[in-house]
Design a protein around this ligand. Structure first.
Ligand SMILES: Nc1nc2c(ncn2[C@@H]2O[C@H](COP(=O)(O)OP(=O)(O)OP(=O)(O)O)[C@@H](O)[C@H]2O)c(=O)[nH]1
Length: 462
């Protein structure tokens, strides 16, 4: 069981290790998964996302349903697997494959299968499109899960099954070698679905970019690991080469002869791989938990200065690369020393926790809140321009002033805020200094107010 995080600031995305787009190396580390997104995460640019790998699609779905991950990346999911409301869809072109029993020379085109038994995945966008195109032949059957589909082929209930590129590698491994034909002219749109429970604008952007590179990465992953023919030259029909056919035929014969021994070996290996995958998920989540703790303020439970600085840095990089505007706020509790002196340090601690909670009630789920000093908080508002940020700052002022301590009703709390919008050729130090100078102005002008200090404009309002 994966631990659940108290903070919703990190989005945990589940991926399946078996699929080529979430393609694992022998150590079960991600080797070919949406390379851009992964690189972005490992380089620390996208600090708000973590990838959690699952050994099977059903384990991933279960984790998603139980809320252990907040998002999932799945290719061409069945419609009933995920709650519809939380879907975001991206369409991408993907070659379609027919997988048939060996020595089936009839496959040249899907229309040859109009009167034959063809298996398709039910509730899949790709299947629906193919069925419509061929006027829903009676001999075509749909199966509710990829496992059922593959079993139908293995049990000769159908002559061939339709697969999209993403599921080819996994299915080949399950049932051994069959004849695989890529039918390029039938290439339809397949779905890469990513599900997010919250609106994560930077993540969405990163994913959209990664999707553009997906086809290329899948092809090379398939070639590398499975040796599947993916020639660009013959798009109409691509079948296995003769030597490969002979080699695999030999494997099948060999497999029959040593069936039992082989089965036991495979079982042992699968159990070992499964254990390895489970251990890896566990180790990964423990590592992530430790990393999380190193970035959390123990008193308030929000992000600490280190995490906040990392996030600020990532926002500056995003702005410089893509022009995503954001605002930085520094919020300081007024006369906090007096609160400590008059009511005691413990009450001071309670006020710190309550103020951080009040701020989090006003900001949006994807804004970043951190404790950046003793009685000082920082807020980063991604995709937000100064006018909107100013309104949010004013709402924070009002909300904090409304604060009441149950044991000390006479305790009055207010904050002062310095606000700055990111500007041309900005750096973390420069924007931080502008916001800090603005905070100083708020204090100078009487506290309980917000002061703006942008590259081109500054001013105060109470
Ligand atoms: N209770 C408590 N107090 C803290 C903590 N961290 C810092 N402080 C206190 O916060 C106070 C900050 O005081 P000052 O920097 O003088 O500022 P201030 O009294 O808020 O005055 P202005 O910022 O000018 O409005 C100091 O007395 C610190 O001891 C903490 O974790 N808990």
């Amino acid at each position: 069981m994966l631990p659940t995080f108290a903070s919703e600031k990190v989005v945990r995305i589940g991926v399946v290790s078996d699929a080529p787009f979430a393609y694992a190396n022998e150590h079960y580390a991600i080797a070919g998964f949406l390379p851009d997104l992964h690189a972005e995460i490992s380089q620390g640019v996208n600090q708000s996302t973590q990838l959690i790998m699952f050994e099977s699609r059903s384990a991933l779905i279960k984790a998603y349903q139980e809320g252990q991950i907040q998002g999932a990346l799945v290719i061409d999911p069945q419609l009933n697997e995920f709650p519809k409301a939380s879907r975001s869809k991206e369409l991408l072109a993907m070659p379609v494959y027919l997988l048939s029993r060996p020595n089936n020379n009839e496959i040249t085109d899907l229309s040859n299968y109009k009167n034959k038994n063809l298996g398709l995945l039910a509730d899949s966008a790709l299947s629906e499109q193919l069925l419509d195109e061929h006027q829903r032949p009676e001999s075509w059957k749909t199966y509710t899960s990829p496992a059922e589909l593959v079993n139908a082929l293995a049990a000769s209930k159908v002559d061939a099954i339709v697969l999209n590129q993403a599921s080819v590698a996994a299915q080949l491994r399950k049932i051994g070698w069959h004849q695989l034909v890529k039918v390029r002219e039938l290439s339809q749109k397949s779905q890469l679905v990513y599900l997010l429970n919250q609106n994560q604008a930077p993540l969405k952007l990163a994913m959209n970019e990664a999707i553009e590179q997906l086809e290329r990465s899948i092809v090379s992953a398939l070639q590398l690991k499975w040796g599947v023919e993916t020639s660009d030259n013959d798009w109409s029909i691509t079948s296995i080469t003769l030597p490969l056919s002979i080699a695999f035929l030999f494997l099948i014969v060999f497999g029959i002869l040593t069936n039992r021994k082989l089965k036991a070996e495979i079982k042992k290996r699968e159990a070992f791989e499964q254990q390895l995958a489970v251990l890896n998920v566990k180790a990964q989540s423990e590592r992530q938990q430790a990393q999380k703790e190193a970035r959390t303020d123990p008193l308030t439970g929000i992000d600490n200065r280190r995490k906040f600085d990392e996030y600020l840095n990532s926002q500056i990089q995003l702005f410089n690369r893509k022009g995503n505007v954001f605002c930085l706020m520094i919020i300081d509790i007024d006369h906090f020393k007096l609160i400590n002196d008059e009511f005691g340090h413990d009450v001071g601690d309670t006020v710190l926790k309550d103020v951080s909670h009040s701020i989090s009630e006003i900001i949006r789920p994807y804004d970043e809140l951190g404790r950046i000093g003793g009685e000082e908080f920082g807020v980063i508002l991604p995709d937000t321009e100064r006018l909107e940020a100013f309104g949010i700052a004013e709402r924070i002022l009002d909300h904090v002033v409304d604060y009441k301590n149950a044991n000390y009703p006479e305790l009055a709390v207010s904050v002062s805020i310095g606000l700055s919008e990111v500007g041309e050729n900005d750096s973390t130090d420069a924007i931080f200094k502008r916001a800090d100078d603005a905070l100083y102005q708020s204090k100078e002008n009487g506290r309980n107010r917000v002061t703006e200090n942008h590259q081109s404009y500054s001013g105060t309002a109470a």
